[in-house]
Design a protein around this ligand. Structure first.
Ligand SMILES: NC(=O)c1ccc[n+]([C@@H]2O[C@H](COP(=O)([O-])OP(=O)(O)OC[C@H]3O[C@@H](n4cnc5c(N)ncnc54)[C@H](O)[C@@H]3O)[C@@H](O)[C@H]2O)c1
Length: 293
């Protein structure tokens, strides 16, 4: 197959001075996209890492520009999309990638810490997405990837704020997908696995024996490029990728137990049917659940 190209397209990748996002930005630039690099981090030299990275891309002959806005602030996130459009004339591709993590149990999680995590992951993605959709709807084209996590899909202990915030991104993806199906717009979620500054200590602890080379961010970016491509038919999906594996993560339901009139006392005897996944179905929207009644 010919190389998947993004010539003439404009991409905003949040949190892209480091880790997975940096790799997405590098690869999109190499394949012809103009890229807006965004990050709040400073490099070892004390300079804004986003600006240093964007300068490096431009020096290599690519089209790039930088913003140090924080996506955790509404004006910053919305301004980031506006700056992308002002600089490059449009926005076609949005990768909501900026993020950080904390280790804390549900029992000990402070409200302010949860709020901060929600502001970066959920609100940051929501504000960028909502602002980008104005342009994507007008031009009848847009591709969005919201970076969730297996933790948001399946949960994890001692990662309460992160798990909650990442789970919320699945809802954002489904809602935005259903509200924009009338246009050539795709909104999907990603559950990546890669050794990065964010995850290195976590993987050293939970997967001490795995070959860390397999967990390179380069093993994540191909899934993102596919989800951003013009030909991508997937919409509202969650794709797990990393370590040389790519797979669908899905929410499904099954027929269950249907007595017509339900009594509490029936439940223990029918738990097997209630919990059975046999013949499960993945619904296109919540409206389809009423078929089972
Ligand atoms: N590495 C993994 O295995 C893994 C697994 C699941 C999900 N993720 C998610 O992937 C994304 C990228 O993570 P990574 O592993 O590359 O980590 P990373 O720390 O290398 O990169 C994240 C970047 O986001 C930036 N950032 C944080 N808050 C920001 C804000 N408010 N505004 C702008 N930039 C901000 C950080 O400065 C950092 O450079 C994150 O959303 C993370 O939660 C990573």
């Amino acid at each position: 197959m010919a190389e998947m190209r993004f010539d003439g397209m404009v991409a905003l990748i949040t949190g892209s001075a480091s880790g997975i996002g940096r790799n997405h930005a590098m690869e999109l630039a190499r394949r012809g996209a103009s890229v807006m690099i965004n990050d709040i981090a400073k490099g070892d030299d004390g300079l804004p890492a986003a600006e240093t990275f964007a300068r490096m891309l431009v020096a290599q002959g690519y089209s790039a520009c930088a913003s140090t806005a924080s996506v955790a602030e509404e004006a910053g996130a919305r301004g980031l999309v506006q700056k992308t459009v002002e600089r490059f004339g449009r926005i076609d591709l949005l990768v909501n990638n900026a993020g950080s993590t904390t280790e804390v149990t549900t029992n000990e999680l402070a409200t302010d810490d949860l709020r901060q995590m929600i502001e970066t992951h959920l609100f940051g993605s929501f504000w960028c997405l909502q602002e980008a959709l104005v342009h994507m709807r007008r031009q009848d084209f847009g591709r969005v990837v919201n970076t969730s996590s297996a933790l948001g899909c399946f949960g994890a202990s001692n990662s309460a704020a992160y798990t909650i915030a990442k789970a919320a991104l699945l809802g954002l993806t489904r809602a935005a997908m259903l509200d924009n199906r009338d246009k050539d717009i795709r909104v999907n979620s990603l559950a990546p696995v890669a050794v990065t500054p964010l995850s290195a200590s976590y993987f050293a602890k939970v997967l001490p024996h795995i070959d860390q080379a397999r967990l390179d961010a380069a093993n994540v970016t191909p899934a993102v490029l596919y989800l951003l491509s013009r030909e991508c038919p997937l919409n509202g999906e969650t794709i797990a990728v990393g370590g040389g594996r790519i797979a669908r993560i899905f929410t499904a339901t099954a027929a269950g137990y249907r007595p017509g009139e339900l009594e509490t006392e029936q439940i223990p005897d029918h738990l097997k049917e209630i919990m059975s996944t046999e013949g499960f179905e993945i619904l296109k929207s919540s409206m389809e659940q009423y078929r089972f009644l």
